[in-house]
Design a protein around this ligand. Structure first.
Ligand code: PLP
Length: 391
């Protein structure tokens, strides 16, 4: 990977502040911002249609780059405007009937759980959480014991929104597939930090957002759908891009994951997402992951040495999210006090990961998520500021 000076020079936003919110909405590299702005300017000159036509190859290359990142074919990728949109586009296309079962992760994300509850209510199906083991990860034995052929879909969250654990996805997928259930992976907090390989993960679908660890523009995301499966699923909503009007009473779905896309989109943002993914590929996803993991591990270690600070991360394999609380201080106050020192962290609230937070009797946690462009000197500044607040 490039040295840190180069990474920081590529990231204009990082100077003069300590940015620890790549789990929320990261700082994009300059190439991402430049790509998106250049396209907006071109649209203003020649109109959106001609501007897009000039970039058809580059637009297709966005999916090629994403495919390279996750080891999948470009035709298996649908571009989307958020992770939740991508997740639900797939989820609502899976047939569901009375007495069917949907399993969700113990640290699943609120939007996924809400969609599951809504569909279950309409279909007469049930939603059941997979228990977490003593480390907080998906309990594989419990999952093994609870699956049967009534389970139609298992929602796995790779890395939860509220802490740095990494779930054993491939193992859980194997158990789900034994009974013929589909596996939908929420990779919102893993794409862009953990190397992702569809062949290894062996999930049926994967959703993620652009703005977090991938460092793309807001309003972007993508969905991967296993090719043989995409051919059998009909999205809940169609338009003239996802289907073709073939006769007065007929239409035909397009092939591949493209059937999960609508025609209209923010072309500038998509090109920006492509630039973000290419930038990551050039840095090397493994090196980026190493850099993030080192920073997060350092924060966990040093934070836990400060009196009154409790690191809340669970799991045995860790990722780049570091969650903690400070005795006698509300997490939102910690966030706001750090913000006045030009240090950006966020708060993860109970409602985002309700089951997990309830089980641990937590209302909220402070969330620090360093990307590879954050220097150790900046981490020291953050640690010093937390220590001061805790004392
Ligand atoms: C942020 C997040 C989402 C939602 O992403 P959007 O792009 O806001 O829809 C889903 N799952 C997890 C685990 C998240 O952290």
């Amino acid at each position: 990977m490039q040295n840190i000076a180069r990474l920081r020079a590529d990231t204009p936003g990082c100077e003069g502040r300590v940015f620890l919110d790549s789990a929320g909405s990261s700082l994009p590299p300059r190439i991402v911002v430049d790509t998106a702005i250049a396209h907006l300017n071109r649209e203003a000159e020649v109109g959106g249609y001609r501007a897009a036509n000039e970039r058809l190859d580059d637009l297709h290359a966005v999916k090629t780059a994403i495919g390279e990142l996750i080891n999948a074919d470009a035709a298996t990728i649908a571009l989307s405007d958020s992770a939740s949109r991508a997740w639900s586009d797939f989820f609502y296309s899976v047939p569901l009937g009375p007495d069917d079962r949907i399993l969700i992760s113990g640290s699943d994300y609120a939007s996924n759980a809400i969609a599951a509850l809504q569909r279950a209510r309409h279909a007469g199906a049930t939603v059941e959480p997979i228990p977490s083991d003593s480390s907080g990860q998906i309990d594989l034995d419990a999952l093994d014991a609870m699956v049967d052929e009534r389970v139609k879909l298992v929602s796995l969250v790779h890395v939860p929104s509220n802490g740095g654990l990494v779930n054993p996805v491939a193992e859980a997928a194997r158990i789900a597939h034994r009974v013929g259930a589909l596996v939908l992976l929420d990779a919102c907090q893993s794409a862009g930090q953990l190397p992702l390989d569809i062949a290894e993960l062996d999930v049926d679908a994967l959703s993620t957002t652009g703005r977090k660890w991938l460092r793309g523009p807001r309003g972007t995301g993508f969905l991967y759908v296993r090719p043989e499966l995409a051919a059998t699923l009909e999205p809940q909503r169609l338009d003239l891009h996802s289907a073709e009007w073939t006769g007065p009473d007929t239409y035909r779905l397009v092939d591949g994951a493209e059937r999960f896309e609508f025609w209209e989109c923010n072309v500038a943002a998509r090109l920006g997402l492509g630039a973000a993914v290419r930038y990551l590929l050039e840095l090397g996803p493994n090196q980026v992951y190493q850099a993030i993991a080192e920073r997060a591990e350092y924060l966990r270690k040093t934070l836990s040495e400060i009196g009154g600070v409790t690191v809340r991360d669970r799991g045995t394999q860790h990722a780049g999210i570091v969650s903690f609380t400070v005795d006698g201080h509300e997490p939102v106050d910690i966030r706001d006090r750090l913000a006045s020192a030009n240090i950006t962290v966020t708060v993860s609230h109970r409602g985002s990961t309700l089951l997990d937070m309830r089980a641990r009797d937590l209302n909220s946690v402070v969330r620090a998520s360093p990307h590879c462009f954050v220097s150790f000197e900046e981490l020291e500044r953050f640690i010093g500021a937390v220590a001061l607040l805790a004392s």
